[in-house]
Design a protein around this ligand. Sequence first.
Ligand SMILES: [Zn+2]
Length: 129
Amino acid sequence: MSYYNNVYWEKIEGGSLWLQYCLDCKRFIFYPRSMCPYCWGNNMEWKETSGRGRVYAYTIVHVTSLPEFDKEVPYIYAVIELDEGVKIPSNLQECSLEEVEIDMPVELVFIEREGKKIPVFKPVQRDAC
Ligand SMILES: [Zn+2]
């Protein structure tokens, strides 16, 4: 695993989502890498994200070719657009198949698989009126 992925996963293990931020073009970057994909510079630092965003796109997975996911179907595979402007492929948890919709506010949570934390998202709790 590369240095960049190590930092990412160490922060996840610590319970927060950090991403690289390009100091030249002032943008967050996902996935971790050695060069900014926008300006090709390497003047980047790591910053903690809010862990909040919205559902940018989603699909409901009913069939998987991976035996490890057999017990998970049906599940919601979603692209989350973080408040920081970055799109991250992930899963939605604590969300019924009927509830999910484009632009739904979500927040970061973690699930555990094989002893490792995995970042996923769940709907932001709506306040009771
Ligand atoms: Zn840049």
